[in-house]
Ligand binder design. Structure first.
Ligand SMILES: Cc1ncc(COP(=O)(O)O)c(C=O)c1O
Length: 415
C-alpha cells in the first residue's frame, strides 16, 4: 500500500450535506442508507460535473475535430489519468474503461484466459469471491478444458492457503483470481502470500478491487498484481463505468475482447489490425459523461482522504458489531472489526433476510438482503442468504442506531 502521512479525520455529518439523496424522508423517516457496498450515493460534485459536461461540452470522443469533440476527448482522457493516479498504475494506456468490474473481469477471462488456458492448466479462485470473479473463470476454464479450483475459507473466515503446495504439485497454475475486500463479509485479504505464490507458479494475478478501491488505498504496484478491476458506482461515481488496469506488456500481447468501432488500426476485407492501448479494448462509443463523473468522484474521495475514509469505516464497523451484538438471536458473520472494511453481514434468529429488510425499509433503513452474488460463500455458511449493512464516508453512527432500533421492531413483529 502507498505510504501516506495524511492523518485527516473525516467529518461524515459535514460530508452528508454534499449528497442530495439525504434531503428526503423515506416513509416519513430520515434515510439510513446502509447499502453502499451494493452501490454508493453520489455527491453534488459528481452530479454537477456530469451536468456541466452535457450542458457545455457534449460530443463524441476521439473522432471529431470540432471544439466540442476535442473538449470531450480531453475530459475522457483526463479521467483516465485520474484513475491511473488513483490506483498508482505506471501508465495511462494501461487503464481501460469498461462498464463495471464485472465487464473488466470478463475481459480478462475471455481475452486472456480464452487464448491462454488449456488442458492441464488450472485457474485458482477463493470461496469468498463475488460471482463476477468466479463464474467467468469457471466458465472459461471449463470451456477450454482447464481445471477450476477454489481455495476454501477457514473457520475464521480467512482464505485457507494450506492446500497451495498440493495444488502446485498437481497443476500448472495459470491464473490466480481473488478479491481484495469481500463484499459479503468485508474481509480485507492479505494478498501478499498469494501473489508470491502466483509469481512462483508463473501465473497471472487478477485482483477484484470493486469493494476495496472505494474504501482503502489501492496500489497496483504495491499489490504486485497483473490486473485490477474497479466499478465507478461503488465509489461515489455514476453507474455505467468501471476500469480495468492491466500490466502493459500483458495487455499488448492479448487479443481484443469486444470488436467493432474505435478499437481497430486498419480494416480491410482480408485483414483487420488492432489499435494501440487502451483503444484495442474500448470498442464503440465510450462512457463519456460517466468518465467525467468517475473523475469527479476520484477528486471527491481524494479530497476527503482515502485513509480517513478507511479509518472512519473501521470505527463504524466496530460500533456496529458492538451494537448489533447486543440484539438477542443475532448471528454475525465475518472477521473482527480490524480485519474488515465497512460491511456487516448478519441473520436475525430464523427470520428470512428479505422480511428483515422489508420491515427495516419502513423505518427508513436501507440494507441488502440476499446471497450478495456469493452463493459459494452462502453454501459454506450454511444459509441461503444474509442481511448486509454497509457503510461509507457519509455514514453516521445515528444510522446504525436506526438500524438497531429497526431490528428490535422486526423482533417484535415476529415475536
Ligand atoms: C467484490 C465485488 N466484485 C465485483 C462486483 C461486481 O461489480 P459490478 O456489479 O459493478 O460489475 C461487486 C459488486 O457488488 C463486488 O462486490
Amino acid at each position: 500500500m502507498a505510504v501516506t502521512t495524511d492523518r485527516r479525520k473525516l467529518d461524515a455529518h459535514a460530508l452528508r450535506a454534499d449528497f442530495p439523496i439525504f434531503e428526503q424522508l423515506i416513509h416519513g423517516k430520515p434515510l439510513a442508507y446502509l447499502d453502499s457496498a451494493n452501490s454508493s450515493q453520489k455527491p453534488r460534485q459528481v452530479l454537477d460535473a456530469m451536468t456541466a459536461f452535457y450542458e457545455t461540452s457534449y460530443a463524441n470522443v476521439h473522432r471529431a475535430v470540432h471544439v466540442l469533440g476535442e473538449r470531450a476527448t480531453a475530459g475522457l482522457e483526463g479521467a483516465r489519468e485520474k484513475v491511473r493516479a488513483f490506483v498508482n498504475a505506471p501508465e495511462e494506456r494501461e487503464i481501460v474503461f469498461v462498464r463495471n468490474a464485472t465487464e473488466a473481469l470478463n475481459l480478462v477471462a475471455y481475452a486472456w484466459g480464452g487464448s491462454n488456458l488449456g488442458p492441464g492448466d488450472a485457474v485458482v479462485v477463493t470461496e469468498l469471491e463475488h460471482h463476477s470473479n468466479f463464474v467467468p473463470w469457471q466458465y472459461i476454464a471449463r470451456r477450454n478444458g482447464a481445471e477450476f479450483l477454489m481455495l476454501p475459507l477457514d473457520d475464521a473466515y480467512e482464505v485457507d492457503l494450506s492446500g497451495l503446495d498440493e495444488i502446485a504439485r498437481d497443476h500448472t497454475v495459470k491464473v490466480v483470481a481473488t478479491n481484495l475486500v469481500s463484499n459479503s463479509l468485508g474481509t480485507i485479504a492479505d494478498l501478499a502470500p498469494l501473489t508470491r505464490w502466483a509469481r512462483e507458479q508463473g501465473a497471472i494475478f487478477v485482483c477484484d478491487a470493486a469493494q476495496a478501491a472505494p474504501h482503502m488505498r489501492v496500489d497496483v504496484q504495491a499489490l504486485d498484481c497483473d490486473f485490477l478491476a474497479i466499478s465507478g458506482h461503488k465509489m461515489c461515481g455514476p453507474s455505467g463505468i468501471g476500469a480495468l488496469w492491466g500490466r502493459g506488456s500483458i495487455l499488448e500481447a492479448m487479443e481484443p475482447f469486444l470488436l467493432g468501432g474505435h478499437m481497430i488500426n486498419s480494416v480491410r476485407y482480408e485483414k483487420t489490425t488492432w489499435g494501440e492501448l487502451p483503444h484495442k479494448f474500448e470498442a464503440g462509443t465510450s462512457p463519456i459523461a460517466e468518465a467525467y463523473g468517475m473523475g469527479a468522484a476520484i477528486d471527491y474521495l481524494e479530497a476527503a482522504g482515502i485513509d480517513a475514509i478507511e479509518a472512519h469505516e473501521h470505527e463504524l464497523v466496530a460500533y456496529a458489531l458492538g451494537r448489533l451484538g447486543e440484539i438477542p438471536g443475532i448471528t454475525l458473520y465475518g472477521p473482527p472489526p480490524e480485519r474488515r472494511a465497512g460491511v456487516v453481514s448478519f441473520n436475525l434468529a430464523d427470520i428470512h433476510p428479505h422480511d428483515v429488510a422489508q420491515i427495516l425499509d419502513r423505518s427508513g433503513v436501507a440494507i441488502r438482503a440476499g446471497h450478495h452474488c456469493c452463493q459459494p460463500l452462502m453454501h459454506k455458511l450454511g444459509v441461503a442468504a444474509t442481511n448486509r449493512a454497509s457503510f461509507y464516508l457519509y455514514t453516521v453512527p445515528e444510522e446504525i442506531d436506526q438500524l438497531v432500533d429497526g431490528l428490535h421492531t422486526v423482533r417484535k413483529v415476529f415475536a
